[in-house]
Design a protein around this ligand. Structure first.
Ligand code: G3D
Ligand code: MG
Length: 194
């Protein structure tokens, strides 16, 4: 990533994180945003909001606006607001939590209904916590992640859907996830004057 300051116009990209509580959404945000972040806690609407400027392929300026839903049940009525205008979503399950994998399609359904954008948001499906797969237990496999991606594309008639496995703990594929999502979403946003 380039260190030059962002000048002139840029792509403004609203991204939301969806998926069950505990799958690692906040950890993925923190890992991506690192220390260079503006972090504003907005308790009234139950979401954390982050901004991060990057240059995709070292030339394309993108300002990520990342919304990380805090997830308290009492804030469910603001989920529509949170989804509205999102051009991209990180749809996260945990590879050590099969229920979160099974529930992800319902999150995607809600996002598509509530985002209000056409074409629908680009979606990066993430199987997180792969560092835990080395231990004992039953895990969601990468093949199952691919199956979910294909199912989501087919069921909702979407083109901009991708899948990666990540670890917010080790950092594996975290930057890659946000960048790939941005590349898919860029075709749907226009540059904004600074
Ligand atoms: P959420 O925002 O989706 O609710 P969090 O999830 O980011 O709060 O993460 C929930 C718990 O999972 C946290 O542990 C966090 O440290 C852990 N976690 C998140 N991502 C990973 C990962 O990639 N690998 C491992 N091993 N753990 C992860 P605690 O113990 O704080 O509840
Ligand atoms: Mg969280």
């Amino acid at each position: 990533m380039s260190k030059k300051p962002m000048m002139g116009s840029y792509y403004l990209l609203k991204v939301v994180l969806i998926g069950d509580g505990g799958v690692g959404k906040t950890s993925l945000c923190r890992r991506f945003v690192e220390k260079k972040f503006e972090h504003k806690y907005l308790p009234t609407i139950g979401a954390d909001f982050y901004v991060k400027n990057v240059f995709l392929d070292d030339v394309t300026p993108v300002k990520f606006q990342i919304w990380d839903l805090a997830g308290q049940p009492r804030f469910h009525s603001v989920v529509d607001m949170y989804f509205r205008g999102a051009r991209g979503a990180l749809a996260v399950y945990s590879v050590v939590d099969r229920e979160s994998y099974n529930n992800l399609i319902n999150w995607v359904k809600r996002l598509i209904e509530k985002s209000g954008v056409r074409p629908p948001p680009a979606i990066m499906i993430l199987g997180n916590k792969i560092d835990l797969r080395a231990g004992p237990g039953e895990f969601v496999s990468p093949e199952e992640g691919e199956l979910l991606k294909n199912r989501i594309m087919k069921e909702f008639g979407l083109k901009n859907v991708d899948f990666l496995e990540t670890s917010a703990k080790t950092g594996e594929n975290v930057i890659e996830s946000f960048y790939r999502l941005a590349k898919m979403a860029l075709s749907m946003v226009t540059r904004t004057a600074k």
